[in-house]
Design a protein around this ligand. Structure first.
Ligand code: MOS
Length: 743
């Protein structure tokens, strides 16, 4: 239906088109990386360390190699050489890898050998025969570890310390103040598709089926690491079974590539679910102390957000949790400070709204606590402290419809009439009912991206950009932008993506893929149309001849005079007359430095949560989530809504479910499977609604897109925590909130 509607209105953007790859996926036709089986392919299985620190003293390689079906066992001694050390950082955006470079063990779950066999079963059995012996050393794996240091930066270069105004004076003079410490847990990546690779060498050329959120980034890093030319490395990544940040970087999959080099046959390596709890990054735990002060009327006078977090012993990624406090609420004095410890774990990394998710849960909880101290409704308190300009920088927002988000969300949820005091509402079954609110926010980034457009003589169009579909519907949204940029119906557009041979589409990360690659696509299409228009306008045989001053519009495969849309001609006619098979356009997009300097750019939202708590058992259920979000232009409301649902469910997961349980004596994760590492299932998510709040942003980028991938998690976790307090009167500051904490 949507395609027909599109034809009628001449625009794909804004239509709730269903996923172009939907039928492929639900019929099992979509080929994911590990579905590829080149002929002669062997199976590789990782053996991973059971200790977190020390060295591997012995591996029974003989027994493993003697196992029927085993082709080779790859260990440090026979691992093919690399052109760079796995800890080398000379390629931008590099993190350390563990590629059997020596016998050291740096964390539990680190790869220590690779078995290559004719079948997965043989490789798996032989890996168990390696029976490693270790020389173990004592480990430190909790935030209480000694040796805390003040980092230079957190996240990807954000300042670790920032003081704005006089926080101490503000707190001293405040009529109401709170100081509270919140703890968020260690979390691991659990995309449905684990990290995997199918690697096939042909001399020094390498072709990979490798799910990645950054084709060009991965190509650059791997080519340098392997010592091959970029143009000899071909990466296919048409679909990902989820990424969530973990597939921005490539780690243990390199062992599959090296295994293929070693044995001279294509090799497939798929991490097991348990092996995802080690070498592919994670979200580190945080301990966050918020000190807030408010004047008599509820106006914030000071915010101090201090974070203690952790990185690995050998590399640095620090969850940038405090950054959120610079961007959301107005206060004359704001400070953020950080400290960190080094642990015997893998290196943390990008995971679902890095920093903002964990920071927002603390900030939103603290704001709620202060609202209560002030005797104010938590929504009124947030409105009282509404930031009209970005708090610390003082920059105007490029656009900000947060007030509308609060209003539309509250109206839809039915917030009015919420009793101020906790433990006042019960449902018909006697369950305690609580309502909470949280503010959602995520910066609007733009990354470098490129695209190529072609208009063909048969009137069809082609758009090429090496974009990534992690399941979010990128294939569809980009095709919509492409179709509009070329003035074609979606049915006349071929969209090629998911391959490193295509123009560099940047990364699918930072919630910026649609804006960045979409901007490049929009520009490429515009250039192809401009070239076509030049041909027509200069040709006395064209009905568009001389229309240069009034301009032309491209629609439905035709160029039309802007002042008289009955005068025009088809692309096919223009190309045929010019004797051309096609015209081409190229486009790129990147952050606009001048606009970024001038404006603060963020998406915003308000999430309202209802929970029910069993007064006897303490069992908690989130029964309703309503999120209202303003994120600039909506390319496809169906897909955008789906992104918000996903984000809110992550928030629910953060508040009530997810936690990796690490044994502090061994540094091993004890719940390395989806039975015990809890993420929400359908029964945990009774009702989720997303409201798309209208917002036009003329500054953020050419298409006015802010990005919707991660914002949903940010308000939600806090809203649920606040609802739990409202239901029970118990303020829980340790996440995920557990049944034993509610009474
Ligand atoms: Mo996101 S954590 O930038 O994939």
């Amino acid at each position: 239906m949507s395609e027909i509607q599109h034809m009628r209105h001449g625009s794909s953007i804004g239509q709730p088109v269903t996923r172009r790859d939907g039928v492929l996926k639900v019929t099992g036709q979509a080929r994911y990386a590990a579905d590829n089986h080149p002929s002669g392919m062997l199976h590789a299985v990782l053996a991973v360390s059971r200790i977190a620190r020390g060295r591997v003293a012995f591996l029974d390689i003989q027994s493993a190699r003697a196992h029927p079906g085993v082709v080779e066992v790859m260990v440090t001694a026979n691992r093919p050489a690399l052109a760079l050390h796995p800890d080398d950082k000379s390629v931008p955006f590099s993190f350390s890898m563990d590629l059997l470079q020596d016998d050291r063990v740096r964390y539990a779950g680190q790869p220590i050998a690779v078995v290559i066999a004719e079948t997965l079963e043989a490789a798996t059995e032989a890996a168990a025969l390696l029976a490693p012996r270790y020389e173990a050393e004592p480990v430190e794996v909790t935030l209480d570890a000694a040796g805390a240091f003040v980092p230079e930066s957190v996240g990807v270069g954000a300042p670790a310390e920032m003081w704005h105004g006089d926080v101490e004076a503000g707190l001293a003079a405040a009529a109401q103040r709170i100081e509270a410490t919140y703890e968020t847990p260690l979390q691991f990546h659990n995309a449905m598709e684990p990290h995997c690779v199918v690697a096939a060498w042909d001399g020094d050329a390498l072709s990979l089926d490798l799910p990645t959120q950054g084709l060009a980034l991965t190509q650059m890093r791997l080519a340098a690491l392997l010592g091959i030319r970029m143009e000899d490395l071909h990466i296919r990544s048409p679909f990902l079974g989820g990424g969530f940040g973990s597939k921005l970087l490539t780690g243990p999959q390199v062992l599959g590539i090296l295994a293929a080099r070693l044995v001279g046959w294509p090799v497939k390596l798929v991490l097991t679910r348990a092996q995802m709890y080690g070498p592919v990054s994670h979200r580190s735990p945080t301990r966050q102390t918020l000190r807030l002060g408010a004047a008599q009327d509820g106006a914030l006078v000071a915010i101090h957000h201090h974070v203690r977090t952790a990185t690995s012993r050998f590399d640095e990624f620090l969850e940038p949790s405090a950054g959120v406090s610079q961007a959301v609420y107005a206060a004359p004095a704001i400070a953020i400070t950080n400290e960190a410890v080094r642990l015997d774990t893998g290196t943390p990394g990008f995971m679902r709204a890095p920093g903002l998710a964990s920071g927002s849960i603390a900030l939103e909880s603290a704001i709620d606590e202060l609202a209560d101290s002030c005797g104010m409704d938590p929504l009124d308190f947030r409105l009282k402290n509404y930031a009209e300009v970005e708090p610390v920088s003082g920059k105007p927002f490029s656009s900000k419809a947060l007030r509308e988000c609060y209003a539309e969300g509250a109206a839809h949820f039915g917030w009015a009439g919420r009793p101020l005091a906790p433990r006042r509402m019960r449902d018909a079954d006697g369950l305690l009912v609580g309502w909470g609110v949280g503010t959602a926010t995520f910066p609007a980034h733009m990354f470098q991206a490129e695209a190529r457009a072609v208009l063909r003589r048969d009137g069809s169009g082609l758009m090429e950009s090496g974009t990534h579909d992690m399941g979010q519907g990128a294939w569809t949204a980009f095709a919509q932008i492409a179709a509009d940029s070329l003035g074609l119906g979606l049915d006349r557009l071929e969209f090629r993506a998911g391959h490193s041979d295509l123009p560099n589409a940047g990364i699918a990360g930072g919630s910026a893929h649609t804006a960045s690659a979409g901007g490049a696509i929009h520009a490429a299409g515009g250039q192809a149309i401009a070239r076509l228009a030049e041909l027509a306008l200069a040709d006395p045989r064209s009905p568009l001849f001389g229309a240069g001053n009034v301009g032309v519009v491209a629609r439905g495969g035709r160029l039309l005079r802007r002042d008289d849309e009955n005068r025009g001609e088809s692309y096919a006619d223009i190309l045929a007359r010019a004797g051309l098979d096609m015209v081409e356009g190229r486009g790129s997009a990147a952050a606009d430095a001048a606009a970024t300097e001038r404006y603060a750019m963020h998406a915003h939202g308000a999430v309202f949560a209802e929970v029910k708590v069993d007064p006897e058992l303490g069992q908690i259920r989130a029964t309703r989530l309503v999120g209202a979000f303003a994120a600039g232009r909506v390319i496809n409301p169906r897909l955008v809504r789906s992104q918000y649902y996903g984000g809110m469910i992550w928030g629910l997961s953060f508040a009530l479910h997810e936690r990796a349980a690490m044994d502090p004596r061994t540094g091993r994760i004890m719940n390395t499977d989806l039975a015990e590492y809890h993420v929400p299932v359908n029964a945990d998510v009774p009702s989720v609604e997303a409201i798309l709040v209208e917002e036009q942003d003329p500054h953020v980028n050419a298409l006015g897109i802010k990005g919707v991938g991660e914002i949903g998690i940010t308000g939600t976790a806090g809203a649920i925590a606040n609802a739990v307090w409202h239901a029970t009167g118990v303020r829980i500051r340790h996440f995920p909130i557990a049944i034993e904490q509610t009474s």
